[in-house]
Design a protein around this ligand. Structure first.
Ligand SMILES: *Cc1c(COP(=O)(O)O)cnc(C)c1O
Length: 454
């Protein structure tokens, strides 16, 4: 483990780079995604030593292996403690079936785990090099608030968020506009597509090339590695012995969450199987069944809206981890080891009716309150047990990941259960706070003038 881990591009057409370089670049020059060349393996004793560690302590141990000596230990320690200042509860439902609530961060979505760590890692490197970064991002709601909150009050990083004035809910808007400081929010008189087009044009505009523009892209390696930590955490909290094998059910859209879990498994975590729970965007379940990968175009609209993805960006990484090659469009030029993939992953598609039914049943049977994404995962686990009754015994340890707080879906929950979920603290105080935003037309000239005069 003394060797320094380098990061290669899944398209195999770019040079290998350090963690720092991969983090700052985001995407590789050949449009591939960065992957660690070696996945370090932990001994059983090391894994079991996590049972009496805190979440930040586990995070520090794992991250250190991937960052090598790009960040000294004491600095990494403070970044991790600062990023993970919230609870990661595991709720028992029945037997050894648990829900891991990944919704206690500032925006009540599991994206906080990745975005907060990435922001702090970037800040560290920028400060060291005395550089600044201006992040531009267009949002239709949730991504913008996760990025805004993750980068809020960080040094050397400014964030400009564009949102369509009439297309986000009051709560979504307030999650962005009540921050201020280094976060600027532009309310665009237009649609989400207009916002995206403005950002794209700015990135391509040579007259803006003197600005340190960057996008806080979801495919960044700095978002991926942090998403392996809570798998170790769950097992460490719940395992009865060294080889207590665990089943995870992961609600999946772009498969970044799942990819984090796969890294944990390849590092030695005793995972029996990942149930890969998708909504009606079933390109991956179909690929496993038929051996042919075909993106779903256009993607299907389901109530688990953060998973409406017809071609998951992390598929290329999963294929790479199993010895294959997939380009950014989804063409597989070298087949992965499909038997090994099938031994580790069990993909399933859950439709909206089944999702609503699951929310109802889980609440009636166990007083378990799920939102649509977690419900897809809960349903997926039970479909797995129907297909594999031999795995369904009372001592089997299972963890279903709940990726958002039910209060983020008040209409859906109200319709299905007739109740209003309580707001978590992070969302409850928004109404009393002052909002900061700048109204702007959807014309590029206005946006450009704004950027030049900031
Ligand atoms: C983004 C998101 C997902 C999907 O995660 P991926 O890493 O894209 O698979 C699931 N649930 C919620 C609430 C999300 O925001």
């Amino acid at each position: 483990m003394a060797n320094k881990i380098l990061y290669y591009s899944t398209n195999l057409g770019s040079e290998k780079v350090s963690f720092r370089e991969a983090l700052i670049r985001g995407q590789a020059p050949d449009r591939g995604l960065y992957m660690p060349e070696i996945i370090p393996v932990l001994s059983q004793d090391q894994l079991y030593s996590f049972t009496d560690k805190s979440y930040p302590e586990i995070a520090e141990t794992i991250l250190k292996l991937f960052i090598n000596d790009d960040i000294p230990a004491d600095s990494l320690h403070s970044l991790v403690v600062d990023a993970y200042n919230f609870e990661v509860p595991l709720e028992n439902v029945y037997n050894r079936n648990y829900i891991m609530r990944l919704d206690r961060g500032p925006t009540a979505s599991f994206k906080d785990f990745a975005a907060r760590m990435m922001g702090r890692l970037m800040q560290y490197f920028l400060k060291q090099e005395n550089r600044k970064m201006l992040i531009l991002t267009a949002t239709s709601g949730d991504t913008g608030s996760a990025i805004a909150n993750a980068f809020y009050d960080l040094d050397n990083i400014e964030v400009v968020i564009l949102f369509p004035i009439d297309e986000v809910t009051d709560r979504q808007r307030k999650q962005m506009t009540t921050l201020n400081k280094n976060i600027t929010v532009l309310a665009i008189d237009g649609k989400f597509d207009d916002c995206q087009a403005l950002v794209k044009k700015a990135f391509a505009d040579s007259e803006l090339s003197h600005l340190p523009l960057s996008s806080a892209n979801s495919i960044n390696i700095g978002r991926l590695i942090p998403q392996s930590i809570y798998y170790f955490w769950a097992w460490a909290q719940l395992a009865n012995h060294h080889d207590d094998r665990i089943i995870f059910s992961v609600p999946s859209g772009n498969f970044g969450n799942l990819m984090g879990g796969l890294i944990a498994k390849h590092m030695g975590l005793p995972v029996e199987r990942f149930v890969v729970s998708t909504n009606e965007n079933d390109e991956v379940p179909v690929y496993f069944e038929k051996g042919i990968y075909q993106p779903v175009v256009p993607s299907r609209n389901c109530i688990s809206s953060a998973m409406n993805v017809g071609h998951p960006s992390n598929m290329a990484r999963i294929i790479a981890l199993y010895g294959g090659v997939m380009d950014e469009k989804g063409n597989i030029t070298k087949q992965p080891d499909i038997e090994r993939l099938k031994a580790d992953l069990w993909p399933v598609s859950i439709n909206d009716n089944q999702t609503r039914q699951t929310i109802k049943q889980a609440y009636q049977q166990y007083q378990l309150l799920l939102e649509p994404h977690g419900a897809v995962a809960w349903a997926g686990l039970h479909r797995f047990f129907e297909a594999h009754p031999e795995k369904n015994f009372p001592y089997q340890l299972c963890v279903v990941l709940e990726t958002a707080h039910p209060a983020k879906f008040p209409q859906e929950i109200e319709q299905i259960l007739g109740i209003q979920p309580d707001l978590p603290e992070s969302l409850a105080n928004l109404d009393e706070q002052k909002e900061y935003m700048i109204s702007m037309s959807n014309r590029y000239d206005d946006f450009k003038t704004y950027l030049l005069n900031r």
